[in-house]
Design a protein around this ligand. Structure first.
Ligand code: ADP
Length: 401
């Protein structure tokens, strides 16, 4: 079965076509600047060079049609006809409390995703455009949705409630949901395989650190706490997001600087984090390069980032009364030798000891970077959210037959 995985944003759309026979990627690509001048389609087939095409792509329906044209193209295509695509899986950021698992799309599921627009105003409407666009182009093909929040629905109430008037939870569902769930789920499963123990017996802390970042305490294969909250703003310091701060800073700043709700939201989500502290960049590579040149603001940004990451690891070890495995994943976690080194350096109280040589190895495979003596196994596991989406879609379609 061939499955198309779609991650639709408001003006972009990423795709991968999987052959589930061997879980290989036949083609991947993305469409950028949808609805703007000079939209770009970048198509990367497995058998030949990638191509870039600039044209006018007014909406998601046209974007999907262009993608399907490329997938069936005589030269750069990977299937003979569209009918070979038997299912489509979508990434959906927010599933609220309604979805603790992936599901096949039907009218009720669509209505529920719409009801959740309030909780993820930047993401869910865009995902819905992706679902509609597929419906228009491939009316008979089943679609599945895989939620970033679903894996965290196992969190106990004591972890997901905020200590504010309960009426806000009852009326507006204000609570912690957590994100990157597909990734935390995938890397915790892979980590258990790598250490050769059943996941049910393990206490794992997964550190998904990319542009956005979150940590999850995975006990017995279930998320019991995670650092992102009702929105992805809470928790770690990120590329452009502030992460945790005293909530009183928000009204204080609004008052002193005469800011609107939108302005303060934009400040905390887009103009904070590494970018704000370094004054240079939100990209960890540029921060570490500048730090190596002695730039003090880059050093402060790096130190704050690592310090907060370490505090969360300590907190989650406490939440689970121990930790067997720590996993690093996503752009920073998979690639930054210095971040892993600096984070683990002061986790000796947990019995963490990483091997500097193993930590330097670059590979696309999951790997152990701790010493044989380390009480906690430390791993780097490249994440693969698209594969998880393809697997869930495959399973749901098979089950429905
Ligand atoms: P997203 O959250 O957008 O999915 P990624 O997981 O792809 O992001 O992570 C992107 C980030 O990974 C970049 O902003 C960059 O800071 C970081 N990154 C990528 N490669 C390296 C590297 N070699 N060293 C340090 N950071 C890196």
């Amino acid at each position: 079965m061939k499955i198309l995985v779609i991650n639709a944003g408001s003006s972009s759309l990423k795709y991968q076509l999987y052959d589930m026979k061997d879980e290989s990627v036949l083609a991947a690509g993305r469409v950028e600047r949808i609805g703007m001048d000079s939209s770009i389609l970048i198509h990367e087939p497995h058998h030949t060079d990638e191509i870039t095409e600039v044209s006018e792509i007014l909406d998601h329906t046209i974007a999907i049609r262009k993608v399907l044209d490329k997938l069936t193209d005589a030269k750069v295509g990977v299937v003979k006809t569209i009918s070979e695509i038997e299912a489509v899986g979508h990434r959906v950021v927010h599933g609220g409390e309604s979805f603790s698992n992936s599901v096949l799309v039907d009218s009720e599921v669509k209505a529920e995703i719409r009801r959740l627009f309030d909780l993820a105003p930047l993401h869910n409407p865009a995902h819905m455009m992706g679902i509609k666009a597929v419906e228009t182009n491939l009316p008979d093909v089943p679609q599945a949705v895989v939620f970033d929040t679903a894996f965290h629905q196992t969190m106990p109430q004591k972890a997901y409630m905020y200590a504010i008037p309960k009426v806000l939870y009852k009326k507006h569902k204000v609570r912690r949901y957590g994100f990157h769930g597909t990734s935390h789920n995938y890397v915790s499963q892979r980590a258990a395989e790598v250490v050769g123990r059943p996941i049910e017996d393990l206490k794992i802390i997964t550190c998904h650190i990319g542009n956005g970042g979150s940590l999850t305490a995975v006990e017995g294969g279930k998320s019991i706490d995670t650092s992102m909250g009702m929105t992805p703003l809470e928790g770690l310091m990120m590329g452009t997001r502030s992460g945790d701060l005293d909530p009183a800073v928000v009204p204080f700043t609004m008052m002193k600087e005469d800011l609107t709700v939108n302005e303060v939201n934009s400040m905390l989500n887009k103009h904070s984090g590494l970018l704000a502290i370094s004054g240079l960049s939100s990209d960890m590579r540029e921060i570490t390069d500048a730090m190596a040149e002695g730039e003090p603001n880059a050093t402060l940004a790096f130190d704050m980032y690592v310090y907060r990451l370490r505090k969360y690891i300590g907190a989650y070890a406490a939440a689970m009364d121990g930790v067997d495995v720590i996993v690093f994943t996503a752009g920073v976690g998979e690639n930054s030798i210095v971040i892993r080194e600096a984070t683990c350096e002061k986790l000796t109280f947990l019995g963490v000891e990483i091997d500097p040589e193993l930590n330097k190895i670059r590979s696309k495979e999951p790997r152990l970077i701790s010493t044989p003596n380390s009480k906690v196994k430390v791993l780097v596991v490249p994440t693969n959210e698209e594969l998880m989406i393809a697997r869930d879609t495959f399973r749901l379609v098979q089950e429905s037959k």
